[in-house]
Design a protein around this ligand. Structure first.
Ligand code: UDP
Length: 241
């Protein structure tokens, strides 16, 4: 994988994207840490039309014996979309998609956490999508990492997630809902930016090998930009203390 360190384009050239973004431009975003009182750690994230809350509880005792690990904690994730988060009302409760995203979010975050420090415990991560506009799994994972850091949970790195894909025949960064739905491919990834280790890699649709490499490079660069916003969110919360 060739990781290019190109900065974002200025967006001055016409990209043909619905919102006029350059092919390698993220949607506008913001991240705030520590937005909930009762959670041990929390974060609020907006990217484009996505609004996502993440809450972390724990490490705390795990009472479900079949899940308990004698030598480490388990990290459980629950991803949920609010019924009002999409144009068509989303039927409340878990469905196949939310169960899948919960599982992969847990898998994406787990390698970053020093779970062995908390035997027989659980760390519970809740991802609540308040409004969705494409890319909620990535937004959720990114917010959840900030919430884990906000909870003071020891981590190797803050996992960060971002997608690239192909829409209208072009390989582009951070697909919006329209670009995702009308597009040819979506490649969400999560990485630990310090080492570049990939903790999530999915692909929906079709890409040539070359397009896949391009999409991966774009997504990795997107992750690096978002990673700085994660760090800024934590610094904003704790910087003055
Ligand atoms: N979406 C929707 N209804 C649903 C699930 C998804 O309208 O029940 C929309 C939502 O905007 C979401 C997008 O479709 O962000 C793409 O969904 P996908 O399953 O690809 O996951 P995501 O891109 O959100 O991680």
């Amino acid at each position: 994988i060739i990781i290019t360190n190109t900065n974002l384009s200025t967006g001055t050239e016409t990209s043909g994207r619905a919102d006029n973004r350059a092919f390698d431009e993220l949607r506008k975003m913001k991240i705030e840490a520590g937005v909930l009182e009762r959670a041990d750690g929390s974060a609020y994230l907006e990217i484009g039309g996505n609004k996502v809350l993440a809450a972390v509880y724990g490490p705390r005792e795990l009472f479900v014996r079949r899940l308990m690990q004698p030598n480490k904690a388990v990290l459980r994730c629950k991803y949920n979309m609010a019924p009002f988060s999409v144009d068509d009302r989303k039927r409340p409760g878990p469905d196949r998609r939310s169960v899948e995203i919960s599982k992969l979010a847990s898998q994406a975050l787990t390698p970053a956490v020093f779970l062995e420090k908390f035997p027989r415990s659980t760390i519970d991560v809740f991802i609540e999508v308040i409004e969705a506009e494409g890319g909620t799994r990535c937004a959720g994972i990114t917010a959840a990492s900030v919430a884990l850091a906000d909870a003071g949970i020891p981590m190797r790195d803050m996992v960060v997630a971002c997608a690239a894909g192909k829409s209208d025949g072009k390989v582009i960064l951070d697909l919006s809902e329209v670009e995702d739905k009308e597009g040819q491919a979506d490649v969400p990834i999560a990485i630990m930016p310090r080492t570049g280790e990939i903790t999530l890699l999915q692909m929906d649709g079709n890409l040539t090998e070359e397009e896949f490499e391009q999409a991966l490079d774009l997504a990795i660069n997107g992750c690096k930009i978002i990673s700085e916003k994660q760090k800024a969110a934590i610094k904003n919360r704790y910087g003055d203390e």
